[in-house]
Design a protein. Structure first.
Lengths: 76, 635
């Protein structure tokens, strides 16, 4: 399965989180986990500009591209 | 005394619920992360019980200063019951936190708040089943509408120690048990179970670490040794997995429908094209309401109609006929009289402006718009070494810089706190000042307001840009939740406005009176004319203002809005150009005494003094430069 960074997914597409890159800051990884973003979770990309905004279940999360580039996703 | 401790994620409605259960409003505010200290009040259903409201915890073990305050409350307060407040539409997350709280061995009640939003989104949950599984009372509530409060009050009397949600994997479980055993032996907590403390200690919670270090004494090294290099993230992941299983077994999600209207609007306001026009429309509406209606219509009604027309002549006559000592009469009703200047300023000029501002602020706050603003502002704040999260203290700064300085605790690094505190002290006007400034500029022209706005934003960006380069450390990228947009409940907005105004008047009137008294002394002792003369080269020469404006700057040392009001009083004697220059300078000029004291408390006296030493020259430098530029452009 091909993995792409979350930052490259066009708005409207649903994807599944595959893994967090090793370069992701530990504090940010913890925050993402606390917001409910974990491996194998399905997320819908709502927009990519000015920031990446995703919806996971009933939570909308905004993240900077620098962070979204560190999250590998696959098509769900 | 058996206290009830409210706990939960940010923005799940803890403070609103606190208000419903106590009748007390926590004035700080209600968007995510704005309760930064523990608030307490007696429960309205039982005056002998105390309720404690805590800052929201995104991650437990704690990471930011406000989260640490919550853990301190857990460790230090005599809490007999934990009331966890959770988001009903996001049960998995709520239960992830519950999985940790359950290990503390304290009787608990779970309130699933915002259950109306869950229903709207097709989430239905079996609360009775969940209550059985957790072995604690579970109540669905809508705090903003007061639904479920009776049932919650009833449930609080039946709080129970929850059943554990999980057992960790064998390796982690062994560490937890070994640590718990040692903690129970060397540093037992009077209320919290050693197992819960062990889990927090394994997660590297700084407050639990500090508490254990103090209690265990020399045995603390042994605890650290036992902890070893345990992976904190692994424990959190296991809790999340257990929570997910339980959440799935008690909820059903209706098939997906088209997005709700509130979701569509929510996306529109952060849209890359539509976001800015929406922001402009919001700002314009606030300007019309506060600048035109509050500072124009209402002030005219209050000041000219009520005070100058009716009250002040009557008070003056009454004072002059009863008090024969001239200086005493002057102190009350003279040009710098406590009544004619102090109270008239506070009640006729400031109150209508601040009142309308707090109403507008409350509406925006309760709608959830401010959190979305952090997406739009992120790029701008990035140039200042901050991220969109800083929008929260900055916008609150438009309400009160003193409170906002306290709220910078929600930021993650010392660097962010330092930069945002400095920028607020320099270039973010508080509501009182903003009201006076907008009122004055509004009576000149829209162009004047825009020049002022551009100057402020430029100073903010340039100062931020420099600060980001001078303050060591690195910037933290933004990751944030966007709570749904909601229609504000008018009653709640008005109650909050009332609470803020009460607090504001209690703070403002003594300082206004003190300020007026000082002005009176300076005037009687003949120092004021001397000060006006001494300030003349700077104020008249460099800034191009009438020399009487010096007095306004003297007043500005007490409160920023007091200074602006001083210029307001010069009114028609200022040309449009002088008004703009005066407003820009006084907005940048020293923050009020209360906020300087808050900065000193949060950042230390040295930092506060350094900030003042930077801010005062900057204010005059920018004001003078603007004066020169505008004079060139005008001629």
């Amino acid at each position: 399965m091909v993995l792409i960074p979350l930052a490259f997914v066009p708005p409207g597409r649903e994807v599944r989180v595959a893994q967090f890159a090793a370069g992701l800051d530990p504090l940010q990884r913890e925050q993402l986990a606390a917001y409910g973003l974990a491996e194998s979770r399905a997320v819908t990309v709502l927009q990519q500009s000015p920031m990446t905004v995703i919806q996971s279940e009933h939570v909308e999360i905004a993240l900077e591209h620098a962070v979204a580039r560190q999250i590998w996703v696959e098509r769900s | 005394m058996s206290a009830i401790l409210l706990l939960g994620h940010p923005n799940v409605g803890k403070s609103v619920l606190f208000h419903r259960l106590t009748g007390t409003y926590v004035t700080v505010s209600n968007y995510p992360g704005t309760t930064v200290e523990v608030a307490r009040a007696a429960a309205s259903f039982d005056r002998a019980r105390q309720l404690l409201d805590t800052p929201g915890i995104l991650t437990l073990p704690a990471r930011s200063d406000d989260e640490r305050a919550t853990v301190r409350a857990l460790l230090g307060e005599e809490a007999a019951v934990l009331l966890q407040v959770g988001d009903a539409k996001n049960l998995r997350r709520t239960l992830t936190l519950a999985a940790l709280l359950a290990e503390l061995g304290v009787p608990m009640v779970l309130a699933l708040n915002m259950s109306d939003e869950a229903t709207e989104r097709g989430v239905s949950l079996n609360a009775a089943q969940l209550a059985k599984d957790l072995d604690v009372p579970v109540v669905e509530t809508v705090a903003t509408a007061g639904k479920g409060i009776g049932a919650l009050t009833h449930a609080l009397a039946h709080a129970r120690v929850p059943a554990a949600l999980l057992r960790y994997d064998a390796h982690a479980e062994a560490s937890v048990c070994a640590l718990a055993e040692r903690i129970a032996a060397v540093a037992p907590h009077p209320r919290l179970a050693a197992r819960g403390l062990a889990i927090l200690f394994l997660g590297r919670d700084p407050e639990v670490e500090a508490w254990l270090a103090e209690r265990a004494g020399s045995a603390f090294r042994e605890l650290v040794h036992l902890r070893g290099p345990e992976n904190a993230a692994a424990l959190a992941r296991e809790r999340a997995q257990a929570a997910e299983m339980l959440a799935r077994s008690v909820t059903t999600q209706a098939p997906r429908r088209s997005p709700l209207l509130s979701q569509r609007i929510g996306q529109l306001v952060v849209h890359r094209l539509w976001g800015l026009p929406v922001l402009a429309a919001v700002l314009y509406a606030v300007y019309e309401f506060v600048g035109v209606f509050g500072a124009g219509t209402l002030v005219a009604l209050f000041e000219e109609g009520l005070f100058q027309g009716l009250i002040n002549p009557a008070v003056t006559q009454a004072v002059e006929s009863t008090i024969t000592v001239q200086w005493l009469a002057d102190l009350l009703v003279g040009p710098y009289g406590l009544w004619t200047m102090g109270m008239t300023y506070a009640l006729a000029l400031i109150l209508p402006i601040v009142g309308t501002f707090f109403v507008a602020f409350g509406i925006l706050e309760d709608s959830g718009y401010f959190a979305r603003l952090s997406v739009l502002a992120n790029r701008l704040l990035a140039t200042m070494g901050l991220n969109g999260r800083a929008v929260l203290p900055m916008v609150l700064g438009l309400g009160c810089v003193t409170m906002a300085t306290l709220t910078t605790r929600i930021l993650y690094s010392r660097r962010e706190r330092l930069i945002s505190t400095f920028l607020m002290a320099l270039a973010i006007p508080c509501s009182a000042q903003l009201g006076v400034v907008l009122g004055m500029l509004g009576s000149v022209s829209l162009a004047a307001t825009l020049i002022w706005l551009t100057s402020m934003l430029s100073v903010l960006v340039v100062a931020g840009f420099l600060a980001a380069r001078l303050v060591p450390g690195r910037r933290i990228a933004l990751v944030t939740e966007l709570p749904p947009l909601r229609l504000p409940v008018l009653g709640n907005v008005l109650k909050k406005t009332g609470a803020r105004l009460r607090w504001y008047l209690m703070e403002v009137i003594p300082i206004f009176l003190l300020g007026t008294f000082l002005m009176f002394l300076l005037d009687k002792a003949g120092i004021l004319p001397w000060l006006i003369g001494a300030g003349e080269p700077l104020v008249a020469g460099w800034l191009g203002l009438p020399k009487e404006a010096s007095a306004a700057f003297v007043m500005g040392f007490l409160r920023r809005d007091f200074g602006a009001t001083g210029l307001f009083a010069l009114g028609s004697r200022l040309s449009p150009l002088q008004t703009v220059v005066g407003m820009v300078t006084i907005t940048l000029f020293v923050p009020c005494i209360a906020s300087i004291m808050m900065i000193a408390r949060e950042q230390g006296t040295r930092v506060a003094a350094l900030m003042l030493a930077l801010i005062v020259p900057t204010a005059f430098l920018v004001g003078g430069a603007l004066n020169a530029v505008l004079r060139l452009a005008w001629s």
